[in-house]
Ligand binder design. Structure first.
Ligand SMILES: Nc1nc2c(ncn2[C@@H]2O[C@H](COP(=O)(O)OP(=O)(O)OP(=O)(O)O)[C@@H](O)[C@H]2O)c(=O)[nH]1
Ligand SMILES: [Mg+2]
Length: 303
């Protein structure tokens, strides 16, 4: 992305929380600004489970984007409570927050996210995503008027994160809200997460994409081995499910689904890490892990 200074100014850098209900495109936007896939994306809600940083560096400044799980009203399982805490906690110590919503739709969970952000008192930018779904831009104006009515936003940006439309103007608005500062991270860094963590996420992304119904929500991924062997990375991943009956579904007939999951994840890892990967995957059962605090901690869902 080519974001140049319009006037000669100081370098600016700071943190921006990216908040919104599940599935509005938060991770897609973070990846678009970073210019690499640091956060997994799927057509299903509740894809992101952890708070993580995406680092977007420009000649005139640096935005450290805090990607978060979608905020939603369902608090039933310990896992959902963890995700909501991770999202709400993300507004501590940031210089600005983005409320991401989907063009044409304002739902109860959008209002929930808005009130969580308003409490924090940080400058709030409304970002209306997926405008590519509306070839007739005329319908967007009344929607913008409706959602901003009675609410307080520093700025409003219609964008398409998927097509990187409108993102340059958004970056300019955000950089202007950042304090003058040295870069917070090295300009070649793209995330705060380890390659080991990202490897687990890329396997989980394949579960979100390839398993139907509720099963992705009953699954998590643990990286058992992450070893460098010359130019090669040797990685072993365990897909944990909650019930014995779920195992054959993950594995598929003759192991076909597991093979597809593994291949898809390996391709993603090779692209992100820029090296060859040898990936082994297994499926195991841990009864009711998603509502078990000890299991959640073991699988890395810790505050
Ligand atoms: N048409 C269109 N689809 C988009 C756009 N941005 C994201 N999507 C799609 O919306 C779906 C959800 O995207 P994510 O980036 O995973 O959404 P999220 O807000 O991070 O979702 P959670 O992590 O579940 O909270 C995916 O299928 C994306 O491809 C966009 O600008 N236009
Ligand atoms: Mg996400």
């Amino acid at each position: 992305m080519n974001v140049q200074a319009t006037t000669v100014g100081q370098y600016r850098a700071g943190l921006v929380a990216v908040v919104g209900r599940p599935n509005v495109g938060k991770s897609t936007l973070v990846n678009a600004l970073v210019g690499a896939k640091v956060s997994i994306v799927s057509p299903r809600p509740q894809t992101t489970r952890h708070r993580m940083l995406g680092i977007a560096s420009f000649p005139v400044g640096q935005l450290v984007l805090v990607d978060t799980p979608g905020i939603h009203g369902d608090q039933k399982r310990a896992m959902n409570r963890y995700m909501n805490r991770a999202a709400r906690g993300s507004v501590a110590d940031v210089h600005a927050a983005l409320l991401l919503i989907e063009a044409g739709r304002w739902q109860d969970d959008d209002a929930l996210a808005y009130s969580a952000l308003k409490e924090s008192g940080v400058p709030l930018v409304l970002v209306i995503n997926k405008v590519d779904k509306f070839p007739d831009k005329g319908v967007l104006l009344p929607f913008m008027a409706q959602v901003t009515q009675g609410r307080d936003f520093h700025a409003v940006h219609p964008i398409s994160a998927l097509k990187s439309k409108g993102t340059e103007a958004l970056v300019k608005t955000l950089l202007a809200l950042m304090p003058e500062s040295e870069p917070l991270f090295g300009e070649d860094e793209i995330t705060d997460k380890s390659e080991r963590f990202l490897a687990g996420e890329l396997v989980r992304e394949q579960l979100m994409l390839r398993l139907g119904d509720e099963l992705p929500y009953s699954a998590t991924v643990e990286i058992e081995k992450f070893e460098e062997d010359g130019e090669l990375l040797r990685i072993a991943a365990v897909v944990w499910v909650e019930r014995e009956g779920q195992k054959p579904i993950v594995i598929g007939k003759g192991g076909e689904r597991m093979k597809a999951i593994s291949t898809g994840a390996r391709i993603g890892m090779e692209r992100l890490f820029g090296r060859k990967v040898f990936l082994e995957t297994w499926c195991r059962v841990r009864e009711g892990w998603s509502d078990d605090e000890a299991a959640l901690r073991r699988f890395g869902y810790t505050d």
